[in-house]
Design a protein around this ligand. Structure first.
Ligand SMILES: NC(=[NH2+])NCCC[C@H](N)C(=O)O
Length: 207
């Protein structure tokens, strides 16, 4: 099959996982409404970078490794689950505090933190690791053209980055932000609870 056809097929298969809401979606969405458009876009960039690293690892055969050494999956799962519970606790704890920093005046330090938080959320998501592994294993030919392998990481960057950029732009616009500000405590409690559930679900999951 033509390399471009294969690439488009892989991207289409990945898209389902990319747009289905999970911890990454929640983090970008909340950052965009609660902080600023710029912070939301930085979170989207963090997701794109994290996903690209994950795609590279998958290309290097992490999936085969995860299958032959199941304890590695367990380690990834427990780390990811605990990280989600930690994020959940932070969101929950801050629910009742009104927003102090507004607009794009956030210190650079906070933006750096947002970037790493997003990248860590993506990288500690074993579901995403498995999705990349399975799709690459199933859809890449036995001897892919070098061009295809070179195109894949930037394509993943654009796919994940594009989706989360869209989420950030939509949710940082005035109407959703005003609504969030009005109902912050409730929304944060729900977001914290959902993050915690996702963490627990991950900890209890088999594969
Ligand atoms: N190809 C993937 N599964 N990427 C990770 C997507 C993460 C998922 N969409 C979330 O919001 O948490």
């Amino acid at each position: 099959m033509h390399s471009l056809t294969i690439l488009l097929g892989i991207l289409a298969a990945l898209l389902v996982g990319v747009i289905s809401p999970g911890p990454s979606f929640l983090l970008v969405a909340r950052t965009s409404v609660a902080q600023s458009r710029r912070a939301g876009l930085i979170a989207a960039l963090g997701m794109a970078c994290g996903a690209t690293v994950m795609a590279l690892i998958a290309l290097l055969g992490l999936h085969a490794l995860l299958q032959s050494v199941p304890v590695l999956y367990t380690v990834l799962k427990v780390t990811g689950g605990i990280y989600l519970l930690y994020l959940a606790w932070q969101v929950w704890r801050g629910a009742a505090t009104p927003l102090q920093v507004q607009g794009d005046g956030l210190p650079a330090q906070a933006l750096t933190r947002t970037f790493w938080q997003a990248a860590a959320t993506m990288l500690s998501n074993p579901k995403a690791a498995v999705q990349y592994g399975v799709i690459f294993a199933a859809m890449l030919p036995a001897h892919p053209e070098p061009g295809l392998l070179l195109m894949l990481p930037p394509a993943v960057f654009l796919l994940e980055g594009g989706w989360y950029t869209l989420v950030a732009l939509l949710l940082s616009s005035e109407a959703p932000r005003q609504q969030y500000l009005r109902a912050k405590t409730g929304i944060d409690r729900v977001a914290g609870a959902v993050l915690a559930l996702l963490g627990i679900k991950l900890l209890l999951s088999r594969q």
